[in-house]
Ligand binder design. Structure first.
Ligand code: ADP
Length: 339
């Protein structure tokens, strides 16, 4: 009786089977490893490009909105890497594009408004002048000397108004064009105020309005463009006298602080309505539309004043109460600002 427990053939087969199992296991393990590496790679790639995809989406949405989207590309608060830096650069670019676009749209709106206002303001006195001159030509013999003189006087008034309107527009256009640079110099402000007061003295006396300066300190010197500041004072004092009724008062006051000199022009006139206050510095704005346009109201004086003060890095402010009066205030530097 033979019991074959393990022949050489059996052992060879068993070795072969065990070897191929190991090979399969190794192959499976390699395959699993490759799959895991591929999966991890794909996840890592998706993770790394996720922020880029987000940014691309935001930039595309901004472009699709024709650069008008509310807040197109959010900035990264604390940039950690190049992607955050790219995001911040895109945010800055989008912001700049939006600002420039709105500035262009605003310029366009103002230009249209200006053309409408200018054509209206030029057409009205021109049409009136034309009417009176044509009447004078056609009815020459039928008009008596007094009427003829009256018509000529009206035509002259309109011509003067047109001249002033064109001058005002030209002045604003020059001030708006960046070509104007104020000629800064040190000069005594009270002397300039004194000259302006002299200019308006006769008009104030005729209108029975008190015109005074408070206090007439001779030692205050400012650093500004003397002829432009003269224009500002003329506009403010001229307006104050124009709107203050007989018996009223116009006062110019000067207050000195460490770095600036404050100038105020106050009157006891009718004041400006609260709803009109935010607009009085807009060109062609008149608080009271019934104002006599043919005479001196153009709505340009305060726009010119504000522009001149902007060129001095200064701002004009106004406080006004109905039936109590109006006070305009601005500051001027006492010395050149350090660059
Ligand atoms: P205008 O040529 O009409 O005076 P401005 O630009 O100088 O133009 O002023 C704009 C408007 O502001 C005026 O039409 C007037 O209604 C109002 N205003 C300006 N200054 C005064 C003032 N001192 N008192 C009352 N209203 C004023």
């Amino acid at each position: 009786l033979y019991v074959v427990l393990g022949g050489s053939q059996y052992e060879a087969i068993a070795r072969q089977v065990a070897g191929s199992d190991r090979q399969r296991m190794i192959a499976t393990a390699i395959l699993l490893l490759v799959l895991a590496a591929f999966g991890a790679g794909a996840w890592l790639f998706s993770y790394l490009t996720r922020r880029l995809r987000l940014l691309t989406g935001e930039v595309s949405a901004f472009t699709a909105s024709r650069f008008d989207a509310g807040s197109p590309v959010a900035a990264a608060d604390r940039p950690r890497d190049e992607i955050d830096q790219l995001r911040n650069a895109c945010h800055y670019m989008a912001d700049t594009i939006q600002q420039q676009l709105s500035a262009l749209q605003e310029d366009d709106r103002l230009r249209r408004e200006l053309v409408t206002n200018v054509s209206h303001d030029l057409r009205t006195p021109l049409a009136s002048m034309q009417g009176y001159i044509e009447t004078l030509i056609i009815k020459d013999d039928a008009l008596d000397a007094g009427t003829r003189k009256q018509y000529l006087e009206i035509a002259r008034r309109h011509a003067t108004h047109l001249n002033r309107l064109i001058q005002g527009l030209l002045e604003l256009a020059i001030l708006d064009s960046r070509s104007v640079t104020p000629e800064f110099e040190h000069f005594p402000l009270p002397e300039l105020i004194h000259d302006v007061v002299q200019e308006f003295r006769l008009q104030a006396t005729e209108a029975n309005v008190t015109l005074e300066v408070d206090p007439p300190d001779e030692s205050v010197s400012v650093y500004a463009d003397i002829s432009l500041i003269q224009r500002v004072l003329e506009n403010l004092v001229g307006n104050a006298l124009k709107y203050t009724p007989a018996g009223g008062k116009v006062s110019i006051s000067v207050e000195r602080s460490a770095a600036a000199v404050g100038v105020s022009v106050a009157d006891t006139g009718p004041g400006i309505a609260e709803e009109a206050l935010p607009h009085i510095f807009d060109r062609f704005y008149r608080a009271d539309e019934r104002q006599d346009r043919a005479d001196s109201s153009m709505g340009l004086g305060l726009a010119i004043t504000r522009r001149i003060l902007e060129l001095h890095s200064s701002k004009i402010s106004v406080v006004s109460k109905a039936r109590q009066g109006t006070r305009f205030h601005f500051d001027l530097p006492v010395a050149a600002r350090a660059a």
